[in-house]
Design a protein around this ligand. Sequence first.
Ligand SMILES: Nc1nc2c(c(=O)[nH]1)N[C@H]1C(S)=C(S)[C@@H](COP(=O)(O)OP(=O)(O)OC[C@H]3O[C@@H](n4cnc5c(N)ncnc54)[C@H](O)[C@@H]3O)O[C@H]1N2
Ligand code: MOO
Length: 392
Amino acid sequence: MISVDEALARCFALVAPLGTETVPLRQAAGRVLAEPAIARRDQPPFAASAMDGYALQGDPAPGDRFTVIGEAGAGHAYHGRIGPGQALRIFTGAPIPDGATRVVIQEDVTVDGTTITLRANADTGTHIRPLGQDFRAGAALSPRRLRPNDLALIAAMNLPAVTVRRRPVVAIIPTGDELVMPGEDPRPDQIIASNSYALAAMVEGEGAEARLLPIARDTEAELFTVLTMAESADLVVTIGGASVGDHDLVGRVAESMGMERAFYKIAMRPGKPLMAGRLRGVPMLGLPGNPVSSIVCGHLFLLPMVRAMLGLGAHPPATQRAILAQDTGPTGPRTHYMRARLTPGAGLPHITPFDRQDSALITILTEADALLIRPLGDGPRPAGTEVAYLPL
Ligand SMILES: Nc1nc2c(c(=O)[nH]1)N[C@H]1C(S)=C(S)[C@@H](COP(=O)(O)OP(=O)(O)OC[C@H]3O[C@@H](n4cnc5c(N)ncnc54)[C@H](O)[C@@H]3O)O[C@H]1N2
Ligand code: MOO
């Protein structure tokens, strides 16, 4: 059995950033920018007033009077020049006229017809936003996953579309004679195929396209058919049939189809029978069938692979630190990812693993907000120990 780190490194070796496509800005939220977005203009493209008031020259003293000779608003420039003793009525966002060096806010003047007089204790700020204060033409936004704020910046750069990574297509294949789809009429010896719904939502949350394929029964012919259907995907994910039982056929069938195996079995609990490889050129991840095992492996291997295909780099999922809220027993020969609950602490949060850790318990998983990471071969740890966890 290889370590979790070694397995993840081998998973990353199977994938590479995908190609790119151009999408309109309205469809770019959450997509991964593939090339720098380059500003087509300065922002602001002119020196602009930051306040409503009067644009004028020099540094006036209280009691100084000015004649208002015109007006400028946002989108309505004044094309003349402001001379000594003159002022322009101006509003926030309007271009500063030639000759003006500051804006006096309207609260700081008294108005009498077309004459303004500066009050005592007037604000001394210039209230002018210089041309290009925010960014200059040619400025670049570097590749990243696009958040709403980034979209505002790209729009301000006057770019109606962006080049993003193609969404990875992830084919998800539930396997097993015991499975039926939700809403069907299961026989008494059957259960509902549930894992695929979590996994599809997880990869879609990262920006992939999930393709849920039909349940493959435990026959070589059906597995062959469904794996063949998945060949056009960017990543094939099977669920179940990964262990050592007589009906666990996924590895055998994939190998008969020419799968090059990257590894099988890792020192991890849950998730021991994980397998990965390349099937007819397509990266493949064979997840164990137990719901918690498949979903935990989804967080630890599938999502990092999807992120790597999106060009976000080959990084393990980010762990955080917490304080054990109770004494916790030793681990065995596998790193244990324990379903756990976080509660606020004075500094770091406190973490409490659930008593029941069977990898079939979906209810516990829905109550968990973290996976407490207990390294393999670690001894018992008392309450108060600082530990690592993965947020769920
Ligand atoms: N003799 C041994 N038996 C098992 C070992 C072992 O080392 N020696 N490993 C155990 C571990 S650990 C795991 S994890 C499971 C994994 O087995 P498989 O990947 O072959 O999965 P299945 O046997 O097909 O299913 C396991 C369990 O999960 C249910 N299942 C399967 N698919 C789904 C699905 N899409 N949605 C919901 N539930 C699903 C299935 O009905 C089984 O109950 O093997 C242990 N055995
Ligand atoms: O390690 Mo298996 O993945 O517990 O259930």
